[in-house]
Design a protein around this ligand. Structure first.
Ligand code: ZN
Length: 189
């Protein structure tokens, strides 16, 4: 449910103050008009979309405009803007590189660099956004057909067979493989 006061506010009023790569959550702070001494803290789960806000409106079951703007605020962050323009392969490489950096720092000095954590959470968030959209775009029958094409081509050793089958076979193979990759490439640390 959208807050009546949402149009009076913008995503830029929310400041990103933290990311957690173990929960894939991002935390934003915003100034509270009713309680200037205590800012509001709003958390977004970038995978499930769940939102938690400690403002008076949210905690008393009334309206919370932060929930209306937090997703846009996250997508406007520099880390998400950078992830958005990466190719599928570059996005997965970026996610894996960040995951390796986070793991290395956590092991050696006890905690990872915040920039690495932010970039990792952004890569996962962007990957999930694309996977969800690709899945929504593709009817199950098309997914099954793409899987069948990939399995068949790979079983036959795709390059030789694709040459025989000609350009359309090759195109169908790469198209199916790319679309499947969007759906199935894992990005967990
Ligand atoms: Zn709120």
């Amino acid at each position: 449910m959208s807050a009546k006061t949402a149009p009076l506010h913008t995503p830029s009023e929310l400041d990103l103050i933290g990311c957690n790569d173990r929960t894939n959550t991002v935390v934003f702070r915003s100034t509270s008009v009713s309680r200037p001494e205590r800012p509001n803290v709003t958390t977004l789960d970038t995978i499930t979309g769940a939102i938690l806000c400690d403002c008076q409106g949210a905690t008393t079951g009334r309206e919370c405009w932060h929930a209306d703007h937090i997703v846009a605020a996250w997508h406007q962050s520099p880390a998400m803007q950078a992830a958005r323009w990466l190719s599928p392969v570059a996005l997965v490489n970026q996610g894996r590189k960040c995951a390796a950096m986070v793991a290395t720092y956590r092991q050696r000095v006890g905690r990872p660099l915040q920039d690495d954590v932010t970039a990792l959470v952004a890569a996962r968030s962007e990957w999930h956004r694309r996977a969800a959209r690709a899945a929504a775009d593709m009817p199950p029958a098309i997914i099954a057909e793409a899987r069948a094409i990939v399995a068949q081509q790979e079983a036959m050793g795709h390059s030789d067979h694709a040459l025989d089958a000609g350009r359309s076979g090759l195109t169908a193979y790469y198209d199916a493989r790319d679309r499947l990759a969007t759906l199935t490439l894992p990005l967990s640390a």
